[in-house]
Design a protein around this ligand. Structure first.
Ligand code: G4P
Length: 284
């Protein structure tokens, strides 16, 4: 579902997440492992403030493992209240770590409660993230059943319920939906490359050219292998044309069929025909 995020919606979404934060002990912030910064909300640190947080690099099955490890180091070195792990919510991989890490992050708080004679209760958690990052998939995986999706519309609320994840963990059944950093054009292009933004609202050709420029810098051998190119032209338009030619996307008169070539490039990226790719690298 495409969401139109207007300033009013953003304010409301933020208010809703802030309200939910009052009910929970820990935040599970879901990001896309292929673009861990572009798939975040620009105000997330301010919104979460000093709540303990686990950053879940989801869709790790589609990301470049070496770069995912670099991202984990990057996030794990930020502060003691925040930890990061890589998961694949679709297959349910990495999820057992969520519980043990939550306990670790909340240990002091729990110890204080026990010292005061308060019996430990289940840890309460909230999943937050931008649309399409895998929030519903993760809730359903953790809950081991299908929790109805409220719809990715800020402002659509229903009575909140707790979903049990084993004996010691409870999740709010509706995730906190936040917006990405729209105002940054590169962020938009990266999100579009992975399919996080619906294709009807973007210029796909621009996205394909952006992706090719990135691939020729960071993953040139993948382009060689996939498209049988002897050398990668430096000029991205020439590269685009060379792929079109190799794939037989030729119209009458010998012109390259740009739409068809675009479709092939985008599909190859999203279906991992070019291998696992991470579109963002942590700055040192
Ligand atoms: P949201 O609630 O945050 O909006 O995201 P949602 O769970 O609906 O997931 C968006 C898409 O991402 C879904 O694909 C889902 O299957 C996929 N997905 C979620 N987690 C992972 C993961 O770890 N790895 C991979 N490869 N994909 C993941 P879809 O095509 O939109 O839906 P469907 O075909 O799965 O029904």
């Amino acid at each position: 579902m495409t969401i139109q995020w207007f300033p009013g919606h953003m304010a409301k979404a933020r208010r809703e997440v802030t309200e939910k934060l009052k009910l929970i002990d820990i935040v599970y912030e879901l990001v896309d492992a292929r673009l861990p910064l572009s798939s975040r909300n620009p105000m997330i640190d301010e919104i979460v403030a000093n709540k303990p947080r686990i950053i879940l690099l989801n869709k790790a099955d589609m990301a470049d493992t070496e770069k995912t490890n670099r991202w984990l180091d990057y996030f794990n070195s930020q502060n003691n209240n925040t930890k990061a792990i890589a998961i694949d919510a679709h297959q349910g991989k990495g999820l057992t770590k969520i519980h043990s890490l939550s306990k670790e992050l909340l240990k002091e708080k729990w110890d204080r409660m026990i010292a005061k004679g308060i019996r430990p209760r289940a840890i309460r958690a909230l999943i937050v993230g931008i649309p399409n990052v895998g929030k519903s998939t993760l809730i359903n995986r953790l809950a081991k059943k299908n929790i109805a999706k409220t719809g990715d519309r800020p402002g659509v609320t229903k009575a909140q319920q707790w979903v049990k994840v084993g004996k010691e963990l409870e999740l709010l059944d509706t995730p906190g939906i936040l917006w990405p950093k729209f105002e940054d054009q590169e962020v938009g292009l990266r999100l579009a490359t992975t399919g996080a933004i619906k294709d009807t609202i973007i210029n796909l050709q621009e996205v394909a050219v952006y992706a090719l420029r990135y691939l020729s810098e960071y993953y040139p051998s993948r382009l060689h292998e996939r498209y049988g190119l002897e050398e990668i032209p430096e000029d991205v338009v020439e590269l685009f044309d060379a792929i079109g030619k190799k794939r037989g996307c030729i119209m009458s008169g010998g012109y390259i069929d740009y739409d068809k070539t675009t479709e092939i490039i985008i599909r190859d990226i999203r279906t991992l025909k070019l291998g696992k790719i991470t579109f963002e690298i942590p700055t040192e």
